[in-house]
Design a protein around this ligand. Sequence first.
Ligand code: HEM
Length: 425
Amino acid sequence: MSEHLCDSERCATYWPLPDVDLTDLTLFSQGFPHDVFTQLRQNDGVLYHPATPLTPDNEGFWVFTRYQDIVPLARDIDTFSSHRGGARTGGGTMIEDLPSAAGPGTVINMMDDPRHKALRRLMAPGITRGRIAALEPVLTVAARQAIVSALTKGEGDFVSDIAAELPLFAIAHLVGIPPEDRHPISGWINAVLDYADRQLGQSSASSQQGMQQFMAYAQRFVEQRRQAPGDDIVSLAIAGELSAELGSLTPMEQVMVFSVVMVAGLETTRNAIAGGILTFIQHPQQWLLLQREPVRMNRALEEILRWTSPTPYNRRTATRDVDVAGKRIKAGEKVTLWWASANRDEQQFENPFAFDICREKNAHLAFGSGGHSCLGAQLATLEMRVVFRELLNHIDTFALNGPVEWVRSNKHTGIRRMPLRYKGL
Ligand code: HEM
């Protein structure tokens, strides 16, 4: 690793693992580094990570690792902003500051109340329980087709053949994206979210190109919906009013509604599905148990979410000086909440390193917590249920058929490629 640059007196005091740099993506290139976070939790739940040569903005940040510290912090959305705080102009929910035009203040997950709450209310009717339930029959057909086709080949990349297909199908169906546009869109998003060829805070030719193509598409799509609105989540956001005082969404905010639904919904669910199958390969007794007793599906899905935690962390910015767990956090400082660490917290979960599809107490934080908790949780869970049910219905065993390639990112714990061999029932 990398030398830590002491940007304050906190450096020596609060960072117990001088050889560990959470902004070095290599640390995350084989999945989430649970061993590191177990050590961090044992040291202290609230730590200060100093800037290193790899840290974006050359600025340290707070690291919250324990369940009991993270939950109240996520709830206190006045003190811990998803937009910005202190003197900084940019902000957002990633370690690197994004400039205001690129998300903070304009996209729901990087917005503060009251605008955030009003936008959440505006989007919610586009993703109600009833609308999601209505997707189940078409999703089932799509999952069955993808699985039967993979089974016919006998082997293939589980990620592109199955895990990525269902979320793409579901979101595209929900938003009304024509079939021929779906794969180009997911390709652009992959290029933006995968740090294969760059460091945090940097862009590459492929990520820039992906972003430009995605945003150009988003703008065209929103314009079409302005001309001919439907009853989908994007049309609702364009046509509706936030409130009498707040008025309507700006044109940029409208584009960002399209953008967040696509970006938040594709990679995460793909990673939960692929990560779930890899976990079953590593814990074959649990797959056998689910095969024998499929009524355990609901608990199994919650356990897959806890175990895989596809979104490892989100950031906030302190809006005022505040004392938390004996530490003084200053206005404007970055604070990171590590959901994936909380999900293995020994103080919260019994035997957290056991993958147990019968786990009873499982209030995991895979979908976040507090005012910004995931708006797509029900949709994601339905997609997972449909895929795992269809896999149970068609596939007896599956095995790795080559090395697993992980996404190189500390923002998404994901699998880029996972070659599998299948045996049908
Ligand atoms: C397994 C799949 C998923 C995981 C693990 C996941 C995870 C999360 C997490 C951790 C947050 C909280 C962000 C924060 O606190 O800063 C969040 C928010 C959000 N998610 Fe998901 N998500 C998933 C699927 C989806 C899907 C399918 C959608 C599609 C509609 C979606 C849309 C959103 C939106 C719009 C927010 C922002 C909510 C707000 O700021 O009020 N997510 N998600």
